[in-house]
Design a protein around this ligand. Structure first.
Ligand code: FHN
Length: 470
C-alpha cells in the first residue's frame, strides 16, 4: 500500500582464504534479501497491472458449511451460512461430522471456470480454508482436509487451478487466519470458551507451525496469482505478524498480489486501511459495499448475490442482474474492482439463481465489457446524477457514459464535452449517433429506437465517446 525507498538488504557472503588455492575457488554468489514491505512504485504498478485491468472477479465460498446449509437441529440459523459453527456454537466433533459428509460428486471444475469466464470474470478467489478450519486440498499438516477427512478425496484446488490455467484466467485463494478448529488458534474461544492465559504464545506457534506451512503448500502446489486473507481481526494476531506474513508470502512468490487483510489495517467493512501507517497489503477490501468515492489506493469491493457467502438453503434474497451490473460499473467508474460471490451447495452445484445472474452479466459484458476492462476513473468525474457513471479507457481518447436508466429519444450529459469530429456510438449498435454540444445544456445525443432495440439489453446502456482532444 505504500511506496517507499526500495531497501535491498544485501548480505554479502565474504569468503576469506589464507593462500590462493591452486584452482581458483568459486566465489560465493551474493545473496540478496528483498524487503517486500518497501517496494518502489514502478515495481508495485507493474505487479498490479493485470489485476487493475481485470476489474471483475468471482469469489467462491465453499466448504463443509454447505452441508448444514444454514440449518441446525431442524431450524434455520440467522446470519451468513459459513458462520453456522460459530453462530449456534456447534461442538467441534459435531461440526466435523459435516466435513465427513461433504462429498460434492457433482463438482465440475471446468464447468465452473467456463461459467466464470462467460460471465466476463477475469480471476477467481476460492476459499482454501475458511474460519471453520476445513481444508479443500490435501494438506501435509492436518488430516482435516478434503482428502483425508471427507469421502470425496479429490483435490478441489488442483482441479480449479488447472482449469483456470487451461482457460487463461487467474486463480486466487482466500485463506482464513482465524481458525475455529485448530487448538492453538481460536478453537477454545470460538464457542464462547474463555481464552487460555498463553493464547498469544499458542497463536504465534499456530502461525509458524501450521498457517505458514499451509501457505507454502498452497503457493507451491497451486501457483495462485492472488492470496486473499481474512479473519485478521482476532486479537491474538498482531500488526508485526501481519507484516511478517506479507513478507513471507511474497518471498514464496514475489509476483503474487495480497489483500490488506493480511495485516491489521482494515477499517471494518469499509475495507480501506484506517490510516496510512505501515500496514501491509496491496489493496483495500470494502465488503458488501462499493467505496463511496475514488481513492488513490487500489481496492476491490466483495459482495454476495443474495445475503450469504456460504450456501444457505433458505436464502432467496437475490439481487437483480441489473443491480449486480450497476455495482460492477459503479466500482469501475471509481477505479475499483468487483469480486462477486457464489456459494455452491454441498453436492458441488452452483445455485440456479446464481447461474442465471452470471449468464445475464456475461451477455451484458460481451457488448459493454470494454467500458469496464482496462479503464480508469476520468479526471472529469466518475458520475452525473444517480444513474450515470463514466469510465475512460486507459491511455486513449475513449470515454464511456453508462446509464442505468433506459435512454429516451435523447441522452444528455454535462460532464463530457466532445471536440468537433468526435464520434459517439451506443455499444451494441453499429451506426454512429447524431450529437450536439452547447455550453448551457452540455452534450445531447440522439438515440433512435432501432439503436435501443439493437442492444437487446435491459441492464444498462453504454455510450462510447471519442474525444478528439484529451
Ligand atoms: O467472516 C468472513 C465472512 O465469512 C466472509 O468470508 C467475508 C467475505 O469477505 N469476510 C469475513 C467477514 O468480513
Amino acid at each position: 500500500m505504500k511506496t517507499l525507498q526500495f531497501a535491498v538488504l544485501t548480505a554479502l557472503l565474504v569468503t576469506s582464504c589464507k593462500q590462493k588455492p591452486k584452482a581458483e575457488e568459486k566465489k560465493a554468489e551474493p545473496k540478496e534479501t528483498v524487503n517486500y514491505l518497501e517496494e518502489p512504485k514502478e515495481a508495485f504498478d507493474e505487479r498490479m497491472a493485470w489485476w487493475r485491468d481485470a476489474r471483475f472477479g468471482m469469489f467462491i465460498h465453499w466448504g463443509a458449511y454447505a452441508v448444514p446449509a444454514g440449518r441446525y437441529e431442524g431450524k434455520e440459523v440467522n446470519g451468513i451460512g459459513e458462520w453456522i459453527m460459530h453462530n449456534v456454537k456447534i461442538p467441534i466433533d459435531i461440526y466435523e461430522g459435516y466435513a465427513k459428509e461433504f462429498n460434492p460428486t457433482a463438482f465440475n471444475a471446468e464447468e465452473w471456470v467456463t461459467r466464470m469466464k462467460n460471465a466476463g470474470m477475469k480471476y477467481m478467489v476460492i476459499t482454501s480454508k475458511h474460519h471453520d478450519g476445513f481444508c479443500l486440498w490435501d494438506s501435509g499438516v492436518t488430516d482435516y482436509d478434503i482428502i483425508d477427512f471427507s469421502p470425496y478425496d479429490k483435490d478441489i484446488l488442483k482441479a480449479l487451478s488447472d482449469a483456470c490455467k487451461a482457460q487463461g484466467v487467474k486463480f486466487g485463494l482466500y485463506h482464513s487466519i482465524m481458525d475455529w478448529h485448530h487448538p492453538d488458534a481460536q478453537a477454545d474461544t470460538y464457542a464462547g470458551g474463555e481464552p487460555s492465559e498463553n493464547n498469544e504464545e499458542r497463536f504465534a506457534d499456530y502461525l509458524e507451525s501450521y498457517l505458514k506451512p499451509q501457505l507454502k503448500e498452497l503457493v507451491g502446489n497451486y501457483d495462485p496469482a492472488i492470496l486473499w486473507f481474512d479473519g485478521e481481526w482476532e486479537k491474538e494476531f498482531t500488526h508485526e505478524q501481519g507484516q511478517e506474513l506479507y513478507q513471507y508470502v511474497r518471498e514464496l512468490k514475489p509476483g503474487i498480489i495480497i489483500n490488506n487483510r493480511v495485516d491489521k489495517g482494515r477499517k471494518g467493512m469499509q475495507g480501506m486501511n484506517k490510516d496510512d501507517s505501515d500496514y501491509a497489503g496491496d489493496f483495500g477490501t470494502p465488503e458488501q459495499e462499493i467505496l463511496d468515492g475514488i481513492s488513490d489506493l487500489d481496492w476491490e469491493s466483495c459482495m454476495t448475490m443474495n445475503d450469504t457467502w456460504g450456501y444457505k438453503t433458505d436464502d432467496r434474497n437475490w439481487k437483480s442482474s441489473a443491480e449486480l451490473v450497476r455495482n460492477l460499473v459503479d466500482a469501475a467508474a471509481k477505479g475499483g474492482n468487483y469480486l462477486l460471490n457464489i456459494g455452491p451447495d454441498a453436492s458441488g452445484n452452483i445455485p440456479e439463481a446464481s447461474m442465471k445472474r452470471l449468464e445475464d452479466i456475461g451477455e451484458w459484458m460481451k457488448v459493454n465489457g470494454e467500458a469496464v476492462y482496462g479503464t480508469e476513473s476520468p479526471k472529469s468525474g466518475y458520475k452525473e446524477g444517480d444513474n450515470i457513471r463514466f469510465t475512460r479507457k486507459k491511455g486513449t481518447p475513449f470515454y464511456y457514459a453508462v446509464t442505468f436508466e433506459k435512454p429516451g429519444k435523447t441522452f444528455q450529459v454535462e460532464k463530457l464535452k466532445p471536440e468537433e469530429g468526435s464520434e459517439v456510438v451506443l455499444l451494441g449498435y453499429e451506426q454512429p449517433l447524431e450529437w450536439n454540444y452547447s455550453e448551457e445544456s452540455g452534450l445531447t445525443i440522439s438515440v433512435p429506437e432501432e439503436a435501443l432495440r439493437a442492444t437487446g439489453n435491459t441492464l444498462a446502456w453504454t455510450f462510447k465517446i471519442k474525444m478528439v482532444t484529451d
